[in-house]
Design a protein around this ligand. Sequence first.
Ligand SMILES: [Zn+2]
Length: 336
Amino acid sequence: MSSISIDIPTLQINGNDLQNFVRFIYKHEKLLKEFGAIKVQPNIDCQLALKKRKKNLPLKPIMKKIVKINENVNIYSTQTIDHINQSSQKHFVETDENNFWSCLSSSNNVQRYLNISFSSKTSFFIQRTSSENFDLHRVPNQSLLKLAGRKLTNQFVPCVKRAHGSGAIFPLMSAQQRLFSIDYHHEGGDHHWYIIPSHQRQALQNLLDEQNSSLCLDHGQLFIDPSILDKYHIRYQRTIQRPNEFIVLSAGALAQSYAEDTSWSESINFALPGWIEDGHANIPFLPCQCHIQQNDVFDTIDIALFKQELIEKYVASYLNITSNDEPPILIGSSFC
Ligand SMILES: [Zn+2]
């Protein structure tokens, strides 16, 4: 389907490494930066601290649909609506990749809702369990954010994401203040991801400028047909995330996805030294036209707290990589 996208590197993780997931990710930061994302598959010995009861949150799809920004270009923007037509929502959506995008392009007269919802400060992971069991809540405090203190890391909590049906759309987004993020797929339909690494942002911005679009890249305003990225030589990665797989997104990466069926997933933000060292942290937050919900507004992290000597101390104490570390099993090892 395309010439310049490839699948992201896939790594296997064992139970020991999962206990300090941030350290494992740091070990592979070079790959992460280059590709914008990596996929991590837990081995059979990994234990996750998951709630046993059936997932059942009373979530309603957000009131948004997508429309083409220009008649002849397969770039879509999200628009707020005041009601959802239940019958068209139940309409079967093609989820084979080629059919998904061609249906979207030709469905001018059919309302296409995002059909997703979010529940921030919610998690299917159990807190305060044995350290042998992986709990997503622990990630921010294992990460560089630790240097800013508990008051700040306590603000970083998981967000549950729901795809309400086949073809549900998660539009283009990046993490708050261009942090790193982890997305865990709990159950349900596979997610088809398209990831644009930070170093391709300017190329994407140029493409939007050419279309006279002032829509922002970071806050779920856009959904872009990958054939357009190919046409404009914007490098991106695609991958399919199945249940029990993690997608780790690098600082500043932009990502969009669609789901093959109803699903539950969950994400959290965190930092590695590269967030400071590569300049992601101090990119000024420019006010944009997006309506950012109250729940999504966090304090801006004061990067003056991340002094070089403290970063070095943090790396030595928490991310130290010994020569005994076994190399990971890489699937598709032609990537490195
Ligand atoms: Zn915005």
